[in-house]
Design a protein around this ligand. Structure first.
Ligand code: ZN
Length: 343
């Protein structure tokens, strides 16, 4: 399954149709890498594993595919040429690491298909979902704030010195390299403000990026994106770009999602994607997630059919969600309680 270039939006519709009207995005990467023993205490965060332990990344991708994810996001959220160069790497090596993130995800998909071919029973084995289906590899692009690694993707405040052209120049080569590495789409994630959305839209156009993209914004008040910019205005930028095939929200508490989906729907008819975090909040001073306000997998999943009902068609999890969360979403969407009209 490849998303075509001629009419990317209709390709996304075909993909969703083949997936039963909705698709599952994977869950948090960093938490899982740590669970498998990776040390992510580094400004490169999960991208550090591209250097030190690519096999762990592949393991986590496979865990998510076996939990039912139809779309896996590469480990490039915090992988930037500038970030790698600040570690003393050459430009060539930095670009090779970006390529590697896509290669690992594609390899995980191949391995998954091999496993599916070995188990032709009912598609599940010991709780693992082994079902041949269209699977997309989305190349993750974190915001400029994610590169700064100071939590500013959670407030979107880059200061006056950062202009539209600063952002375009910052992202340009990285987006080109990722696009040329063979993913099915580019996932612009945790977009904190309108300026960065505009920068991405212009980059896609100016550089003739030939694969489709999705835009995912984050919110901390349930109304606007984290910078305070209007979500409607941000989503409208995504709506006007022909290269953008889905618009939505990531890394935002589950309780805000419904309202945000409704406001995105007012400005676009493109498919809506949501992959909330677990409901915990990131404290940039402590550089850690504050756990007290999180919701359990069960609570998270209790929202899922409401999100489907209000029109979200791509659903997954962001920070602090796990393969268990995705497996639970998979079950919730397949359960008889989810009526055909919702699917
Ligand atoms: Zn997140």
């Amino acid at each position: 399954m490849r998303l075509g270039l001629v009419n990317p939006l209709s390709s996304m519709s075909n993909f969703l149709q083949q997936s039963g009207g909705y698709a599952l995005i994977d869950g948090g990467l960093a938490t899982e890498l740590e669970r498998h023993g990776a040390d992510l205490n580094d400004p490169l965060w999960s991208a550090k594993c591209l250097i030190s332990s690519p096999h762990l990344i592949k393991t986590v991708h496979l865990d998510y595919l076996e939990a039912g994810a139809d779309i896996i996001l590469t480990a490039s959220y915090q992988a930037t040429i500038q970030g790698f160069e600040s570690k003393g790497m050459s430009k060539e090596d930095s670009e090779a690491l970006l390529q590697r993130s896509v290669k690992i995800a594609c390899e995980a998909r191949d391995t998954y298909y091999e496993r599916c071919a070995e188990h032709l029973s009912d598609g599940t084995k010991n709780g693992r979902i082994l079902k041949h289906r269209p699977i997309l590899v989305a190349a993750s692009v974190g915001s400029y704030g994610a590169y700064l690694a100071d939590g500013s993707e959670y407030d979107g405040n880059y200061g006056d010195a950062v202009t539209l052209s600063t952002l375009k120049e910052f992202h340009r080569r990285r987006v080109q390299v990722l696009a040329e590495s063979g993913p099915d789409l580019i996932a612009f994630e945790t977009i904190p403000n309108k300026l960065e959305a505009q920068a991405y839209a212009e980059l896609l156009e100016e550089d003739g990026i030939n694969i489709p993209a999705w835009f995912a914004f984050n919110s901390k008040d349930g109304v606007n994106v984290v910078s305070g910019d209007s979500l409607s205005e941000c989503a409208s930028i995504a709506d006007s770009s022909e290269k953008v095939i889905a618009v939505g929200i990531n890394c935002t508490p589950p309780r805000f999602i419904r309202g945000l989906v409704l406001s995105i729907q007012k400005v676009t008819s493109k498919p809506i994607l949501i992959y909330p975090n677990s409901g915990e909040t990131y404290d940039p001073d402590q550089k850690q997630w504050v756990q007290s306000t999180g919701v359990s997998d069960e609570d998270f999943v209790s929202y899922v059919n409401k999100w489907r009902e209000c029109g979200a068609s791509l659903i997954g999890g962001c920070c602090r969600t796990t393969p268990n969360t995705i497996r639970a979403i998979y079950k919730a969407l397949k359960s008889p309680a989810a009526s055909p009209s919702q699917l």
